[in-house]
Ligand binder design. Structure first.
Ligand code: PEP
Ligand code: MN
Length: 357
């Protein structure tokens, strides 16, 4: 249930509601806006009738059920969209973010060349896999701790915050020490033990959608993180399994819009894994931003033909630079009709106009 406080509510009235929610057997989660506050009563087995009766309490505007199984992730429990800060980079704000870097960290030279190149091209964050989930056990599995140290060095040199994938609870501590954001890969989206541990860590989490997960399952995975105490969650659509074989996955752009409609969390798109084809990455990127994505995560390698993983979907530095330069104009060209642009805020990204929703 959601208890919406009236504008002008007092701190005592809010405290009373929080106390009553606890007495009724639910956990209160409070979001305070500038004028209003929302108290979400979450859990199972509590006294719903008693919560409904809070409609009559002082300072309460309305008490409504949360329509979806995901509660804290639902847009109903927050008045505003969530902004997630990764160091000084804001994800979910007025500017789209572009995260770029190699699929895997392969060497110092490879990583630093990529980090310098993507920064010069306008990327706001660096990505790079240290622990790699590979389909074949004979394929390159990542450099592990050595890669984490290189990512940290790249951040220190370029200033770009770093995101890297966590596959095991055993690695959380080391990754938190070196990286700024932890990625839950598509294969681990439903690894609930991992999610529970990440809920308790202090770093933001990038939660990729599982290749066969519905949007509801994806948002419920995010619910594990929020319910466990980590509010800094960014969703990422990275393509799903369909019958199509010409592309590696099918980038589900409707899911980007839907996740933003159902949830207050920022949503990124990954056109690299979403298509698996470098020739489609620029168009898929433009389409993702046009439909409302809060940003992109793109694989870049100084020499894709030599990449140890995902070379076929990696852009070289020049291609990436061209992609970033070309982002704005097509966005304006396919801008949504005014009525469907919720805020219509026109902002700047790398000197170009971008509509952010
Ligand atoms: C990756 O980002 O390199 C990766 C393995 O992504 P996903 O989990 O989406 O396949
Ligand atoms: Mn990859």
């Amino acid at each position: 249930m959601v208890i919406n406080m009236s504008p002008g509510y007092t701190d005592e009235q809010l405290q009373h509601i929080i106390d009553r929610v606890k007495e009724c057997g639910f956990t209160p989660h409070v979001t305070r806006g500038t004028e209003r506050a929302i108290v979400a009563a979450v859990g199972s087995g509590g006294n719903r009738t008693a919560i409904e009766a809070l409609q009559a309490a002082a300072g309460v505007d309305s008490v409504v059920p949360i329509a979806h199984p995901f509660k804290l992730v639902s847009r109903q429990v927050r008045g505003e969209r969530t902004r997630v800060y990764v160091r000084d980079v804001c994800i979910g704000g007025t500017e789209a973010v572009v995260i770029a870097g190699p699929c895997s960290v392969e060497s110092r030279e490879q990583l630093l060349a990529t980090a310098r190149g993507v920064k010069a091209a306008g990327a706001s964050m660096l990505r790079g896999g240290a622990y790699k989930p590979r389909t074949s056990p004979y394929d390159f599995q990542g450099l592990g701790l050595e890669a984490l140290k290189l990512l940290r060095e790249a951040r220190e040199e370029t200033g770009l915050p770093v995101v890297t994938e966590v596959m095991s609870t055993n690695d959380i501590e080391a990754i938190c020490e070196h990286a700024d954001m932890l990625q839950v890969g598509a294969r681990n989206m439903q690894n609930y033990d991992l999610l529970r541990h990440l809920a308790e860590c202090s770093k933001p989490v990038l939660l990729k959608r599982g290749p066969s997960a519905t949007v509801k399952e994806w948002l419920l995975a995010a619910e594990y993180l929020l319910a466990g105490g980590n509010q800094n969650v960014v969703l990422c659509e990275r393509g799903i399994k369909t019958f199509e074989t010409e592309t590696r996955n099918t980038l589900d752009l409707a899911a980007v819009a839907l996740a933003r409609e159902l949830s207050h969390l920022p949503v990124l798109a990954d056109p690299s894994h979403g298509t698996g084809r470098r020739d489609l990455i620029a168009s898929a990127s433009r389409a993702a931003l046009a439909i409302g994505a809060d940003g992109l995560i793109i694989e870049v390698h100084p020499c894709p033909e030599r990449a140890l993983s995902d070379g076929a979907q990696s852009l070289n530095l020049e291609e990436f630079s061209r992609l970033v330069q070309g982002l704005s104009a097509p966005i304006r060209a396919v801008a949504m009709p005014a009525a469907s642009v919720p805020t219509g805020d026109e902002t700047r990204m790398n000197g170009h106009s971008v509509y952010s929703v």
